[in-house]
Design a protein around this ligand. Structure first.
Ligand code: ZN
Length: 156
């Protein structure tokens, strides 16, 4: 099996057996809604902050393409239990990887690394980034003292 095939399998696995996909997270500290009009992806993400400012729990749900949903699934596994700052740093690593850059924290992305190949398809990059950007926004929204935020990722 080639690496590309392996990555395809991982992406498909997260699509068929999503991790931490749920319409609610009770209790949660912050809820964000992100949309990607380019593809039509809609995503809700809820974050519960653990003691000492960690990602205590995170749940996503939505209506979107297989890349957006499976990437969010892989994201949840990579960030749960991490300090919020560490999770933000990992989100930035993922973003850089999706822009074709070499990153030092590939291993920490766990299955997230399987989306590296999506960087070759610029139109799908926003799909793969959606869950990670929602997580980043949820942490920043929480830190700003708010509990809700809606973001539309227009053409940049
Ligand atoms: Zn999409």
């Amino acid at each position: 099996m080639s690496l590309d095939d392996l990555y395809q399998e991982i992406i498909l696995d997260h699509y068929k057996k999503p991790r931490n996909r749920a319409p609610e997270l009770d209790p949660h500290d912050v809820h964000v809604h992100h949309s990607n009009p380019l593809c039509g992806d809609e995503m809700d993400l809820r974050l519960r902050v653990g003691d000492g400012a960690t990602v205590g729990a995170v749940a996503y749900d939505g209506d979107g393409c297989s890349i957006s949903m499976s990437s969010a699934s892989a994201m949840t596994e990579a960030v749960i239990g991490r300090d919020l700052d560490d999770a933000l740093e990992l989100a930035e690593s993922f973003r850089l990887m999706m822009h074709g850059e070499e990153i030092a924290r590939e291993d920490d992305l766990l299955d997230g690394v399987a989306f590296r190949g999506v960087a070759k398809f610029p139109v799908r990059v926003k799909c793969a980034l959606l869950g990670w950007m929602a997580l980043k926004d949820a942490i920043e929204t929480h830190r700003a003292g708010a509990a809700e935020h809606r973001v539309t990722h227009d053409e940049e």
